[in-house]
Design a protein around this ligand. Structure first.
Ligand code: PEP
Ligand code: MG
Length: 561
């Protein structure tokens, strides 16, 4: 008998191997003993030494790792010597608390503060707990916890994985991983993406799978299956290996098997990312430049010339192509000191995106001036400008006329569009589309607001799934309106990078898909496998689905993928 367990897929692939559970060590129990005053300095010294050893070990692993794995290890290492945390532990020891209890109590305090801050901070609690467990191991004279060094292939299962666990994984041996917690933006997911290890997170019933049991992981579907016939499982792994080979061989430009062209574009944050996407040679342009990423650390608003310099780098990288720039999406999980309000009780529903022009109208004004300047410097780049978090018709109308008027006055052509992230826009798509040159569906936020689920909450990953039929229904409405009015409809949220969902979006009438540059070959290869008619059938099928899993299955059936 087979048992299927569902989760949220993060990195696609199929694997079959015995499960290996990695569990965090139990915390040592509290004792009531008090450290005598004369021993406290030595106890502080013992703690400092252990924390330093943990940091040293992590830094040394970082020096042997690459890319994001190295960055993540450095970040975790720095937590072991974080001044605030070390000071808190030291203070507790100096008041008589033994080092072990002091480390646990100080960590609890910081974890609570991170969780209260929410967003990305909340996701870092796993890292801090990892540092705690490593320091505790040293304090007890035990080896640091981690993943056993195994020689034969296995599927890694855990409640949650820490960056230090995942950063050293060998994808030839660790053939897949699944966690009960974690979200698509957690460190587990980031490292899994970098290493190309199939990964599923937020698997609520993961504990039903025991160590050593053979498990089939299908992270296209987000399933872990036990009790599968081994020959069948190996066949599925083989079919997926062929798919992976097609992806490696894909060269573009993207089209369905019957020749329906789809523009595949890159999401970038700055000139370096744009140049690297252009060099890879597969993106036909930029579908989303997240301008706030270039300015997150700026304490003051960068000058018009400084902004123009950054936009110009991106335009130059895609000379002769289309570049869609999004005006500052400040607020919520992306606070920008000079543009956002502090201490909003509900920042995701607050003054973010275009709404920040209320308290700070000059910021958008300057940004449009900078875009005009950069467009003048790069006359052969096709510049499209769009606003995030638009919710009303007058906002869309006002933004489009602002962009058009400035461009006209400066003698350049800028297309003006809006992001569809707020359900209100999709619901009234027919009122918005005639007012603008294009729309781009921000499926991350559109899903967040349609499902009323914080996109960063690991506990809500299943609601934040772009396969949820409700946001898909809204996307379909916008795409149909785009087809009827011949308005380009792009998708620039994570949904665009899911190869199967990309085919569904094309079937709905979406004309361009924008994603992390690395995801382009996977999407291009999938589109090449299916006809436009199959895409349309899949688009119709998902609208009849009752939940995200059902939508995935119906689409794969219609597409034969
Ligand atoms: C989105 O919401 O889908 C989007 C692309 O914008 P961001 O992820 O930057 O909020
Ligand atoms: Mg968004």
């Amino acid at each position: 008998m087979t048992t299927i367990i569902n989760g949220t897929p993060v990195v696609q692939g199929v694997a079959y191997a015995p499960a290996v559970w990695v569990r965090r060590p139990e915390l040592p129990t509290f004792t009531s003993e008090i450290v005598p005053e004369e021993d406290r300095a030595e106890e502080v010294e013992r703690f400092t030494e252990c924390a330093r050893k943990v940091a040293d070990n992590l830094y040394s692993r970082a020096s042997r790792a690459q890319g994001q794995a190295a960055e993540v290890l450095v970040m975790t290492a720095s937590m072991a010597t974080d001044r605030g945390w070390v000071k808190d532990v030291t203070k507790r020891i100096n008041s008589g608390v033994p080092a072990i209890q002091a480390v646990i109590a100080a960590t609890d305090k910081f974890v609570a503060a991170f969780e209260a801050a929410g967003g990305l901070m909340a996701e870092r609690t796993t890292d801090l707990k990892d540092v705690r467990d490593r320091v505790l191991a040293h304090l007890q004279g035990e080896p640091e916890p981690g993943i056993p060094d195994l020689a034969s292939p296995y599927v890694l299962l855990a409640d949650d994985l820490t960056p230090a666990d995942t950063a050293g994984l060998d994808p030839k041996v660790c053939v897949a991983m699944a966690t009960e917690l974690g979200g698509p933006t957690s460190h587990t997911s980031i490292i899994a993406r970098q290493l190309g290890i199939p990964c599923i997170v937020a698997v609520r019933r993961l504990s039903e799978i025991e160590s050593d049991v053979a498990v089939l992981v299908d992270s296209h579907e987000g399933t872990l299956t036990i009790g599968v016939d081994p020959a069948k499982a190996r066949r599925l792994v083989e079919i997926d290996a062929q798919r992976a080979e097609r992806v490696r061989a894909w060269k573009g430009p993207a089209q369905t098997s019957d020749g329906h062209r789809v523009q595949l574009l890159a999401n970038v944050g700055d000139g370096a990312a744009a140049r690297s996407a252009a060099q890879a040679g597969l993106a036909e342009g930029v579908g989303l430049m997240r301008t706030e990423l270039a300015f997150l650390d700026a304490p003051f608003e960068p000058s018009i010339h400084e902004q123009a310099r950054i936009y110009s780098e991106v335009f130059a990288a895609f000379d002769g192509h289309k570049v869609v720039v999004r005006t500052l999406d400040a607020g919520s999980d992306k606070p920008v000191p000079y543009a956002t309000l502090e201490n909003e009780p509900n920042p995701a529903l607050g003054v973010r995106g275009l709404r920040t022009t209320g308290p700070n109208p000059e910021v958008l004004d300057h940004q449009v001036d900078a875009l005009v300047l950069a467009a003048q410097q790069n006359p052969t780049t096709e510049v499209w400008v769009m606003a995030p978090m638009v919710a009303t018709v007058p906002e869309a109308e006002w933004f489009a006329s602002l962009v058009h008027e400035r461009a006209e006055a400066a003698g350049v052509t800028l297309k003006a569009g809006i992001m569809v992230e707020v359900p209100a826009v999709a619901v009234m798509a027919e009122k918005f589309l005639p007012l603008i040159d294009f729309v781009s569906l921000g499926t991350n936020d559109l899903t967040q607001y349609t499902m009323a689920a914080d996109r960063l909450s690991p506990d809500l990953a299943e609601y934040s799934d772009p396969w949820q039929p409700a946001p898909l229904t809204l996307i379909s409405k916008v795409a149909a309106e785009g087809t009827a009015t011949q308005t380009p409809v792009g998708v620039c949220g994570e949904a665009a990078s899911d190869p199967v969902l990309a085919c569904v979006l094309v079937g709905m009438g979406v004309t361009s898909l924008s994603m992390a540059a690395g995801a382009i070959p996977g999407v291009g290869a999938a589109l090449g496998q299916v006809s436009l008619e199959q895409c349309r059938a899949a688009a119709e099928a998902v609208l009849t689905a009752r939940d995200a899993g059902d939508a995935r299955n119906l689409a794969r059936e219609a597409l034969g993928l």
